[in-house]
Design a protein around this ligand. Structure first.
Ligand code: SIN
Ligand code: FE2
Length: 211
């Protein structure tokens, strides 16, 4: 078994996709505290997709824009439809971490204005999809894993391409952009293996330049 603290080198998952193992480990407590604060204002919810299915992943947002969906479709919005208020501000620690990670992967001018916060309980999954509701595909995606382990599926530019299975653990950061920006990805159903500090949940932060 690998320890959360084991040092590991960055791993290329594609020409412009990089796994930065444990890159966020030192900031994890601060990140989790910020998630607690923002989810007290804009709570986690299980949205219903245009296809009529309730997502197993609970989600909320922070930043100027937040990703949301309902029967009418997927979109970014400046107002949380559940509270009628703007999404909570992006915590400084999110912005700093995302920009440092993006820089480490070769993206020098990442200006995220949206952070989707996903919460997975055992059994929750995210089916293969592309992140394509953003305006500017030259800006990368930065994705931070906290809590329970998960298996990330990283596919191709077509849905039919068989995805690679990438194990993710607490503190891992993924950055993908450029020619990898529109690759299909998802998360396999989470196993029930509680994490020492976060317990039976996985939190994922996905930072993007949406507007
Ligand atoms: C996402 O694609 O929105 C989240 C991926 C993850 O939970 O790691
Ligand atoms: Fe995604």
């Amino acid at each position: 078994m690998q320890l959360d603290t084991a040092p590991e080198l960055p791993q290329a998952l594609g020409p412009q996709a990089l796994l930065l193992p444990r890159f966020a480990a030192a900031d994890a407590d601060e990140l989790v505290a910020a998630v607690r604060r923002l989810s007290a204002v804009s709570p986690f919810r299980h949205l219903v997709t245009p296809g009529g299915f309730a997502m197993s992943v609970g989600l909320t947002n922070c930043g100027a824009l937040g990703w949301t969906t309902d029967r009418r479709g997927y979109r970014y919005a400046g107002i949380d439809p559940e509270t009628g208020q703007p999404w909570p501000a992006m915590p400084t620690v999110f912005l700093r971490l995302a920009q440092t990670a993006a820089r480490a992967a070769g993206y020098d001018r990442f200006e995220p204005d949206a952070c989707l916060v996903n919460r997975y309980l055992p059994g929750a999954r995210l089916s293969l999809h592309q992140d394509r509701n953003e305006r500017d595909f030259t800006q990368p995606i930065v994705s931070v894993s906290l809590g329970m382990r998960a298996t990330f599926l990283f596919g191709g530019l077509q849905r039919a391409v068989k995805p690679a299975k990438i194990p993710l653990q607490h503190g891992d950061v993924l950055v993908w952009g450029g020619s990898d920006r529109l690759r299909y990805h998802g998360i396999m159903p989470l196993k029930d293996e509680p994490h020492p500090t976060l317990g039976g949940q996985r939190i994922n932060l996905t930072l993007r330049k949406a507007g």
